[in-house]
Ligand binder design. Structure first.
Ligand code: UGA
Length: 447
């Protein structure tokens, strides 16, 4: 099928474009960002995403993908127009629909025959119908017809290609048969269940999923905190929970709080439009609040190690909001760095992929080349991102390099008892801080 993607240089747009091309479609990725389009035409990717490069190369070699600034060409050439523009949060915490409206205006202007307009951007319930009316009102040629569908994405950064190619499910929200059948045809080559529903329910599914994932993370962070207070071990607790088929083990890793461009934004948006619709959103608010306090507990622990002392250096391992991406938007690591600078620590950072961050933080931290350099003369090493490289740090060497041997492992990726044996003060999340051997290291058994 002939597909165009507006917002085709973002990570959702690009992965969708490359994925649909791999399934035999002819795809045009269109974007008003000239630099990104130029870069893509020169094989430079705007995002770091595992597997995306080779998928795009294959699509290019087969002539199935094009990149253009010309929205007109994209709109006119396609049967299905996918809207994958950003819907960031505005300063009031609501969803900013400006890019979506701008893109819809261009579509309305260039529409030259019947097309399906599929909204992949995450939008509050009711937005697709609002866009439908907006396009109708702005059609240059009011004889052409179109249908709007909702087609939310469930791509995780760092796993987006796999998530696209082997989705757990595909959700299509349509209010009539014709567009529903066409969308089913588009996805007929995927070996995944298709959930076909009305447009509003489809929009809501996306929010329900992201909020549920956020809820699990806030839940396990709270349980981890209680574990610390009552001398229990979170790793053992999770082991004991995850075999329960009703619970499972996903999204139960305690950490520095959920970050990234999606979970917090979508949770806030859901709270906002839920509240405006007179729904009770108290539990969702608590999930958000729990996440906000998580980072405070980490800096408070660091402070507790240096009461009355000054000129201390914190070494931060990891800048991206999670492993597998170079995305630092809403990253817990940057939140920690801000708090550390405010508390007058010197801050050194190392990330295997991220080599600069937004100002003013960028000029206030020292970028180290590797784990050894970041550890040198540091008083506290804080692991913020679960990069594999950090799981294999040379404890003996780091011990010699650091000024004060304190490790704060906000991802619980190091074996607590080994770190303690190596002479460090070790703090994990929900891990015993006393001298018990960690059950998860030595005593816990699954027989
Ligand atoms: C999330 C959803 O998982 C995707 O399904 C969705 O499509 C995407 O948002 C989106 O709306 O576009 P993403 O933000 O890429 O994907 O990242 P996740 O892997 O879900 O992680 C989010 C945050 O939660 C990260 O900071 C991660 O470190 C944290 N996390 C995740 C935990 O602290 N514990 C966990 O057990 C899992």
């Amino acid at each position: 099928m002939k597909i165009s993607i507006i917002g085709g240089t973002g990570y959702v747009g690009l992965v969708t474009g490359a994925g649909l091309a791999a399934h035999g479609n002819e795809v045009i990725c269109a974007d008003i960002d000239k630099k990104k389009i130029n870069d893509l035409n020169n094989n430079i990717l705007p995002v770091y995403e595992k597997g995306l490069d080779s998928l795009l190369q294959q699509a290019k070699q087969k002539g199935r993908i094009l990149f253009t600034n010309c929205i007109e060409t994209a709109v006119k050439a396609s049967e299905i127009i996918i809207l994958a523009v950003g819907t960031p949060q505005n300063k009031f915490g609501d969803t900013d629909l400006a890019q979506l409206i701008r893109a819809s205006k261009s579509i309305a202007y260039h529409l030259n025959g019947y097309k399906i307009i599929a909204v992949k951007s995450t939008v509050p319930v009711g937005t697709c119908q609002m866009i439908e009316l907006f396009i109708k009102d702005n059609l240059k040629n009011d004889k052409v017809s179109f249908d709007i569908v909702s087609n939310p994405e469930f791509l995780r950064e760092g796993n987006a290609v796999e998530d696209f190619m082997c989705p757990d499910r595909i959700v299509i929200g349509a209010n009539s048969n014709k567009p529903a059948e066409t969308m089913k045809k588009l996805y007929s080559t995927f070996n995944s269940p298709i959930v076909l529903t009305d447009i509003r329910s489809s929009e809501m599914i996306k929010y329900a999923c992201n909020s549920y994932l956020a809820t699990r993370i806030s839940f396990i962070n709270e349980i981890a905190n209680i574990c610390e207070k009552v001398d229990a071990d979170i790793n053992s607790v999770i082991e004991g929970m995850k075999y329960d088929k009703r619970i499972g083990g996903h999204y139960l890793s305690p950490g520095p709080g959920f970050g990234g461009p999606c979970l917090t934004k979508d949770l806030k948006s859901l709270i906002g439009f839920g509240h405006k619709s007179n729904a009770n959103v108290n539990m969702l608010k608590a999930v958000l609040k729990r996440n906000e306090i998580q980072i405070n507990s980490i800096i408070e622990y660091v402070n507790s190690q240096f009461i009355g002392l000054s000129n201390k250096t914190i070494a931060v391992l990891g800048l991206s909001f999670k492993a597998g991406t170079n995305d630092t938007r809403n990253s817990p690591s940057l939140q920690l760095i801000k708090k550390a600078i405010k508390a007058k620590y010197s801050v050194k950072v190392y990330d295997p992929v991220v080599k600069e961050i937004d100002e003013p933080l960028n000029s206030e931290v020292f970028f180290a080349e590797n784990i050894e350099e970041v550890s040198e003369n540091a008083d506290c090493l804080v692991i913020m991102t679960e990069w594999d490289e950090f799981r294999h740090i040379n404890l003996e060497l780091i011990y010699k390099l650091m000024k004060t041997p304190i490790i704060v492992d906000t991802r619980n990726i190091l074996p607590a008892s080994k770190v303690k044996e190596a002479g460090f003060t070790y703090k994990g999340i929900g891990i015993r801080s006393n001298n018990y051997e960690s059950i998860s290291d030595s005593m816990m058994q699954i027989i």
